[in-house]
Design a protein around this ligand. Structure first.
Ligand SMILES: Cc1cc2nc3c(=O)[nH]c(=O)nc-3n(C[C@H](O)[C@H](O)[C@H](O)COP(=O)(O)OP(=O)(O)OC[C@H]3O[C@@H](n4cnc5c(N)ncnc54)[C@H](O)[C@@H]3O)c2cc1C
Length: 383
């Protein structure tokens, strides 16, 4: 009979969350770790996302988490050993309604208290600085130079290579079918590559988070919603920042190779896994973006795809350890910002697993217990 394979920690999901966590666990000396990915690395939301990295949030803990992530992105090449096309070209946040602009003023006050350098710009200042943006209808904007963007595929590959170098294991095209629990404690997982014994399982399965969690009978209350996104043919590189608007419902950035990546949300989207794309999205987004960014006129769309936002009830991630099943952890429900916070989350969750407490960033406010009868503070800065 062959011996049962054993790891201390098994991570379900080879996106940015799973690989960042695997990396920080290995760095803390926990190299008996394996990631199980049912498809290829970054095949989930991570490989479909826009790669934006923003610190301008409406809640103080999110600002802190994002600021820590930026510190880690700044050192990514040096620490992890991969150039991930990280560019701190800033985030220009555009507001088209008075009420939102008032909220932005409050956000900026709080962000500055946290040490973030954020500017408030009038429409005139936006026109002067970015003459290629049509500011019609704009009420105000904020700008933070240290925000930016990176290539999500490269970030996952960078973490994965570092994990392997440090002795961790990654199983691709290997689906976790069951989580084995005995006496209220995780003891192993069943996969398409066989059974693996383990003490800890981390659910980093993104859009599939609640489905996976049901394997241990824990309802994480997450739901997944389709988000569509497109990319244009390349233009000369001149657009350094990510432009985003919550009231205008769009975001856009230019890649290193000159293409423009852009998307918008759809409030009529129903929960469920749906990777189809619609002509309605292209038509609506293209006509809106050409008005705001007239240089896009006659620029061809070369590709259009969809991915999933895994949503929690307050649009903030759910991260922590289960009280019901010992050894079961989760890092899910990121809404549209799981890429940017992943380094800080990976670091904090690794510390929580290894030391029983976080050392760099407090993530206790993201525990699932916050849904027990409290008034929730919903994150407002999401598209
Ligand atoms: C269109 C779009 C644009 C976005 N833009 C941004 C942005 O600009 N900035 C930002 O920060 N975030 C953005 N996001 C959100 C971001 O993509 C996600 O929050 C983030 O990628 C989540 O990473 P993850 O590793 O948790 O999940 P995923 O990347 O989805 O990884 C989960 C993995 O788990 C695997 N899996 C699931 N079930 C199993 C199983 N049973 N066994 C084995 N493997 C399993 C899946 O195959 C998948 O690869 C965007 C999302 C979309 C859809």
């Amino acid at each position: 009979m062959s011996e049962v394979k054993k790891y201390d920690i098994c991570i379900i999901g080879g996106g940015i969350t799973g690989t960042a966590l695997g990396y920080f666990l290995c760095k803390l000396g926990k190299t008996s770790v394996a990631i199980f990915e049912k498809s290829y690395l970054s095949s989930g939301s991570t490989g479909r996302c826009a790669g934006g990295i923003r610190q301008q949030w409406s809640t103080r803990p999110n600002v802190r988490l994002a600021m820590r992530s930026v510190k880690l992105f700044e050192r990514f090449k040096e620490d992890v050993g991969m150039d991930i096309e990280y560019k701190q070209g800033g985030y220009l946040v555009l507001s088209y309604i008075e009420e939102e602009a008032e909220q932005f003023e409050k956000n900026v006050k709080m962000q500055r208290e946290e040490g973030l350098n954020v500017e408030i710009l009038t429409p005139k200042q936006v026109s002067e600085r970015y003459p290629y943006i049509n500011t019609e209808g704009l009420v105000m904007a904020t700008f933070c130079q240290t925000d930016g963007h990176a290539n999500p595929h490269k970030a996952v590959i960078g973490y994965a290579q570092a994990i392997r170098r440090m002795g961790g294991h990654i199983y691709t095209y290997t689906e976790v079918k069951n989580i084995d629990v005995a006496n209220g404690k995780v003891i192993g997982i069943d996969t398409t590559a066989g059974y693996f014994a383990c003490d800890i399982v981390v659910n980093a399965s993104g859009p599939w988070s609640n489905e996976v969690s049901k394997l241990v009978g824990v309802d994480l209350m997450t739901e997944s919603y389709r988000h569509q996104i497109l990319v244009t043919e390349p233009l000369e590189n001149f657009f350094p920042m990510m432009a985003i608007s919550f009231s205008g419902n769009f975001y856009m950035r230019q890649t290193l190779h000159g293409q423009f990546i852009m998307g918008q949300g759809d409030k009529d989207e129903k929960p469920g896994l749906n990777f189809n794309v619609t002509y309605k999205f292209e038509k609506e987004l293209a006509s809106k973006m050409v008005k705001i960014f007239p240089f896009l006129k006659n620029v061809r769309i070369i590709r259009h795809w969809s991915g999933m936002y895994n949503m929690s009830p307050d649009a903030q991630p759910i991260i922590g350890a289960s009280e019901k099943v010992k050894g079961y952890y989760y890092a899910v429900g990121y809404s549209g910002h799981g890429f940017m916070v992943a380094p800080a989350v990976g670091e904090a969750l690794a510390e929580l697993i290894v030391f029983g407490k976080t050392l760099h960033t407090d993530i206790s406010y993201l525990d699932i217990k916050r849904f027990e009868g409290q008034v929730l503070e919903r994150e407002k800065n999401v598209v």
